[in-house]
Design a protein around this ligand. Structure first.
Ligand SMILES: CC(C)(COP(=O)(O)OP(=O)(O)OC[C@H]1O[C@@H](n2cnc3c(N)ncnc32)[C@H](O)[C@@H]1OP(=O)(O)O)[C@@H](O)C(=O)NCCC(=O)NCCS
Length: 125
């Protein structure tokens, strides 16, 4: 497995008790949410307008995230269509004081650029 994150560090955040189930395992949906936020930042930087998530490919979680882990989300722009933008997103977890990061999951997100009326609009060249 690749041990180096792919893309730019876009979000670092702490996994808190409110993000976990009663056993202390962080909800996958919380991780997915952070990935969506990071991809949204990347999409807006490219489109320079309002964007929405339209699709993402299948995901599986390789390792658990625990309370107190630092979740690091990396994004890489991998394609631009007419109104859409594809972004590769990886979530890595830092546990303890070693600073070592381990990959938790990855996915490809697709965002669509919207005009002020919420209609798809071309992504600038
Ligand atoms: C995004 C949205 C405006 C697209 O509307 P639409 O009528 O499908 O628009 P279009 O057919 O013109 O497609 C726009 C682009 O999205 C892509 N697209 C649309 N639906 C897609 C899907 N299900 N999967 C992958 N790509 C899709 C199209 O290929 C097109 O890309 P391109 O312009 O680069 O070729 C509309 O589907 C929408 O509002 N979805 C909800 C988005 C949202 O709210 N997300 C957050 C959920 S809480």
């Amino acid at each position: 497995m690749n041990d180096t994150p792919r893309g730019n560090l876009t979000i670092r955040t702490l996994a808190m008790p409110a993000d976990s189930n009663p056993s202390g395992d962080i909800f996958g949906g919380w991780v997915l949410s952070q990935m969506d936020i990071a991809a949204g930042i990347c999409a807006v930087e490219r489109a320079r307008c309002r964007t929405v998530t339209v699709a993402l490919d299948s995901m599986s979680f390789i390792l658990p995230v625990k309370i107190g882990d630092v979740l690091c989300v990396y994004t890489e722009l991998i394609g631009v269509g007419n109104t859409s933008i594809d972004i590769h997103v990886e979530a890595w977890s830092q546990r303890g004081r070693t600073g070592n990061e381990k990959k938790v999951t990855e996915a490809k997100f697709k965002f669509v650029a919207l005009d002020d009326d919420g209609r798809p609009t071309p992504v600038p060249k």
